[in-house]
Write a protein that binds this ligand. Structure first.
Ligand code: ADE
Length: 242
């Protein structure tokens, strides 16, 4: 297989490889995985530990609570992953999932989906020795301003969002055109039958058959919702479009 037609590869380094594929084995991503549109391998970080107790962590220099994952163990685990970092024909970015990372965006997901794949490092304990993060030039990504007990659900979220953008996973490109974050807005609300449900009616304009009016109404709804819920997105949108 050449680099151009190689499938998108996700490799996950974790202390809990049995958590995978988890939800990624179901629904859209699961079907695409079964169809060979992408691949997933979860590696146990512990198998890279050198001592007979398979030690992966130690107490933090400087004191403080919790344990820190060792640089030498993470380095050994990454060295065993083909295409991790920059040393291969189709290098995959090494991404450390951490609440200290840059917020994950749909734009970054689209870039990652367009590349050869990702190598995701899931932390546990208090974190990972900073030196191995630097030495591997890792990208640090957060999925939101909250703290998970480990990076695994964050890795799954990133993979899920990337896989649905891969060619052939979702039938129509039109499905993406109007979804949230396209054009910098949250998506407009949706309605289907019945037309009246518990005395609540579907907005009249959606029944009009007038595409121009429907589009205008949806755009206004998207703008209103974005302004109310996401001042950060709204300010960027307003600066560009209004
Ligand atoms: N690990 C723990 N919390 C996380 C978060 N919010 N995002 C990414 N990785 C994490």
């Amino acid at each position: 297989m050449t680099a151009e037609n190689a499938i998108w590869r996700a490799t996950v380094l974790t202390l809990f490889p049995e958590m995978f594929p988890g939800h990624l084995g179901h629904s859209l991503a699961g079907k695409a995985l079964a169809d060979g549109l992408w691949s997933l391998d979860a590696h146990d970080i512990r198998s890279a530990a050198a001592d007979k107790h398979a030690t992966v962590d130690d107490t933090p220099f400087g004191g403080g609570p919790g344990m820190v994952m060792r640089a030498d163990v993470i380095d050994a685990a990454l060295t065993g992953v083909a295409g991790a970092g920059t040393d291969q024909a189709a290098p995959r970015p090494v991404i450390y999932m951490t609440p200290r990372g840059a917020p994950l965006t749909q734009a970054r997901i689209a870039e990652l989906a367009a590349g050869p794949g990702v190598v995701l490092l899931c932390g546990r304990y208090e974190g990972i020795d900073e030196r191995v993060v630097e030495a591997w030039n890792m990208e640090e990504i957060s999925i939101g301003d909250f703290v998970l007990s480990g990076g695994e659900p964050a890795a799954m979220a990133l993979i899920d969002a990337a896989v649905r953008l891969l060619p052939g996973v979702i039938g129509s490109k039109l499905s993406f055109a109007e979804e949230s974050f396209e054009g910098g807005l949250l998506e407009y609300p949706h309605y289907t039958r019945p037309r009246v449900w518990r005395d609540r009616e579907v907005p009249e304009v959606l029944l009009s058959g007038h595409h121009g009016k429907v589009d205008a109404w949806r755009k206004a709804q998207a703008e209103k919702t974005t302004e109310e819920r996401r001042p950060d997105l709204w300010n960027r949108y307003a600066a560009k479009n209004l």
